[in-house]
Design a protein around this ligand. Structure first.
Ligand code: AHG
Ligand code: MN
Ligand code: MN
Ligand code: MN
Length: 337
């Protein structure tokens, strides 16, 4: 089989992008390479799950009140490790840690970015061989470069993200990331161990036929959300309904599918959880950024997610994200409230 040398690796692509910015230092490319390296390490472990002692609980409960899985811990350590040893990151915050971590060494203090991540998304799917992921978000520091990073670096609104992305450990492993210039997807070629550009310039179709949410919570949703869900199930020649319901329970996989095929994903407030379940900094902001760059929309039901000013690291928010036309149809229902 002929080898396609037109396919760029992640490193080649980010270096090529640099040519558009003559004053760029290359720090973001380095950061993305570091994230790609951690992703490859996690991928190896995910692929061996079942053979090695990586399934099941780590025996702890995290700051979110969830049972921590062994793979949550492994992935968290891999991402912290590469970012700490790299030259582009001053500190991190993670779903799995109570507080942010300041790397506080000479190289890190001189780095201009901080990174926030959900090291392993879809923890409940680890043990049953269903797609899981990693989500990350990159901000330029607002604190003084040369000094340790501070809390205000982590509590920036999502519209200040420089880049955001995710890795999906699925039937193949993909890394997708967005900058303001566009969204690009790379598939891991296991034969060479490199992420290769497979989905250039991803655009979210303006409409679709898929709606994704946890139907088990139906009676806990607000009446207007229930009405929208019922509308999704109705035959309607204007919308193309009834829509198809798909819910994996790994947000990375659900939102990735909708981004490529068109669709809407929702994790609304419930009577038990007024702010829903998903975390603004590690889950919602990165996906909101990616969706908007790809032409989609993301709200908390009333406002753009990217405009929310965070007050705490682990805050949650109701979350609606997807194709533009479907989001506008939803907004019509939510406005009635
Ligand atoms: P995490 O595994 O990082 O804690 O996130 C799980 C999230 C998200 O991936 C998914 O969409 C959602 O939890 C599923 O929650 P429900 O089981 O309540 O539907
Ligand atoms: Mn979790
Ligand atoms: Mn998650
Ligand atoms: Mn997680």
């Amino acid at each position: 089989m002929a080898i396609n040398r037109n396919v760029l690796t992640l490193d080649e692509f980010t270096i090529q992008e640099l040519r558009n910015f003559p004053r760029a230092t290359g720090e973001l490319s380095t950061l993305l390479r570091d994230i790609g390296l951690a992703a490859k390490r996690v991928n190896v472990e995910v692929n061996k799950a079942g053979l090695v002692d990586i399934l099941g609980d780590a025996g702890a409960v995290n700051v979110q009140g969830e049972d921590v899985k062994k793979l949550d811990v492994f992935a968290n350590n891999q991402f912290i490790g590469v970012l700490q040893h790299g030259i582009s990151c001053a500190g991190i915050a993670s779903e799995e840690l109570d507080d942010f971590v300041v790397f506080d060494d000479e190289v890190s203090n001189n780095s201009k970015y901080v990174v926030m991540f959900d090291p392993l998304d879809g923890s409940s799917n680890i043990d049953i061989n269903v797609s899981i992921g990693t989500i990350f978000s990159v901000y330029r520091r607002v604190s003084e470069v040369g000094k340790p990073c501070t809390q205000e670096d982590f509590l920036q609104a999502g519209n200040r993200q420089v880049a955001a992305g995710y890795i999906i450990y699925g039937s193949s492993t993909m890394l997708v990331y967005a900058t303001r210039r566009g969204v690009n997807g790379f598939t891991l070629d296991p034969s060479i161990g490199e992420f290769c550009l497979s989905h250039p310039d991803i655009k979210c179709p303006p409409s679709g036929k898929i709606y994704s949410l946890n139907h088990g919570n139906f009676y806990q949703y607000a009446p207007e959300v229930q009405q929208y869900i019922q509308a999704c199930q109705k035959k309607d020649k204007n919308t193309g309904g009834p829509y198809t319901q798909r819910y994996i329970g790994s947000m990375v996989a659900d939102v990735h599918r909708n981004l490529i095929k068109g669709g809407i994903f929702m994790y609304p407030a419930t009577t038990d959880s007024k702010n829903g379940k998903l975390r603004l900094l590690y889950e919602c902001n990165p996906f909101a950024f990616i969706a908007e760059v790809a032409g989609g929309k993301a709200t908390d039901g009333t406002r753009r997610v990217l405009e929310i000013t965070p007050t705490t690291l682990h805050q949650r928010t109701p979350f609606f994200i997807g194709s533009k036309d479907m989001m506008e149809e939803l907004e019509g229902y939510l406005k009635q409230s």
